[in-house]
Ligand binder design. Structure first.
Ligand code: FA5
Length: 333
């Protein structure tokens, strides 16, 4: 057995190992690694022998042996990189550019509902939601629109195919979010200040500003001493928050059976006015219908169209884009 405890013997080992490595490839590479660097490899044996050496020799010999270990490991890595399997051999080309993952985002109508809810919440309204499939009592009767009242024609209704004992349909897809006015007041003592986002449905022909299903956000505030000035102030402040201080707003009289007086609000759009909401002071009959004393309490209500607001904010020319599900349109937002 050759003496392996001198610097010269380390040098001989280095030369021999590197010479062998020069021609090694494939399986021979692994054989080489275990012969010199493996657990029972020659260099490992040398390193193990260091403990038995006199201390002064141990230091210099140990340092040289460790350097040799590093040299052999690096040489092995270089050789393996030069002759070992290439990335291409695995069928994976890591130089190809990556594909950008598709990122989801909120639908512009959802985004607008959230912005409206945020503006109203900041103004003291509490968000509540109600049923889309509704009883005609809440959609009409509780809102001062009795059966056969001509105002029912204002909301061409999608009825659910079910009739009561007299053969009359009673269940419908709500035509507006106003039914929640009565539902909330029935369950709550005044003061009340709620906002109700949700879907509505109407049996009507569609055009650039009308859909057969759309979203509204209702607002209702009832307490002692609420005046028309507060309704006006609330709606102007809302418009300022959603459209900014520069946008022109029109406020004028309108008729809804459940408010008195009634108004509507419009925003300038392509040189014309686009109506975004109806509003007014809650009709005393609606208050009395839910058990509130109309002599003591007053309030205001409003109902706005979300798609129309989204259309105005983003400069979109046709409301029907929102439900068409075309990614070329949706990915702009
Ligand atoms: C109503 O629905 C009343 N409930 C609003 C109201 C609430 C008045 C509380 C008074 C007090 P109107 O039908 O005008 O009103 O609809 C209100 C808003 O919903 C409209 O200004 C418009 O922005 C939107 N809207 C109405 N119909 C459609 C439709 N077919 N497509 C898209 N948006 C619509």
């Amino acid at each position: 057995m050759p003496d392996t405890t001198t610097i010269e013997s380390l040098e001989a080992l280095r030369l021999e190992a590197l010479r062998e490595l020069e021609s090694a490839s494939g399986e021979a590479l692994e054989v080489w690694r275990s012969k010199y660097l493996g657990r029972k490899g020659r260099l490992t044996q040398v390193l193990r022998g260091i403990v038995g050496m006199p201390p002064d020799e141990r230091r210099s010999f140990g340092a040289a042996a460790n350097t040799l270990k590093e040299v052999l490991e690096n040489a092995f890595a270089d050789r393996a990189a030069a002759v070992g399997p290439k990335p291409a051999d695995t069928g994976l080309d890591v130089t190809l550019p990556g594909r950008r993952p598709l990122q989801g985002r909120l639908h512009p109508v959802t985004q607008t509902v959230r912005d409206i809810a945020e503006a109203l919440t900041a103004m003291g309204f509490q968000i509540v939601e109600g049923p889309e499939v509704e009883h005609d009592y809440y959609n009409f009767t509780a809102l001062n629109i009795p059966p056969d009242h001509p105002a029912r024609d204002m909301w061409d209704t999608l009825w659910v195919d079910r009739v009561d004992a007299e053969g009359n349909p009673r269940i419908l897809l709500r035509t507006h979010t106003s039914p929640m006015q009565a539902r909330v007041m029935e369950k709550t003592k005044p003061p009340v200040r709620v906002a109700v986002p949700g879907r509505c449905y109407r049996y009507e022909a569609t055009d650039a500003t009308h859909e057969w299903h759309f979203h509204q956000v209702e607002g209702l505030a009832v307490a002692e001493g609420i005046t028309f000035a507060e309704l006006k102030g609330t709606l102007y402040e809302f418009a300022r928050r959603i459209f900014g201080p520069e946008r022109k707003v029109r406020f004028r009289c309108d008729y809804f059976p459940f408010v008195e007086p009634g108004v509507d609000m419009a925003i300038d759009w392509k040189g014309e006015w686009l109506e975004i909401m109806g509003a007014g002071m809650v009709h005393p009959r609606v208050l009395a219908g839910v058990g509130y004393d109309p002599e003591k309490f007053t309030g205001f209500a409003f109902g706005m169209g979300v798609e129309r607001i989204a259309l105005l904010r983003h400069g979109i020319d046709d409301i029907r884009h929102f439900a068409a599900n075309d990614l070329r349109f949706l990915s702009q937002f």
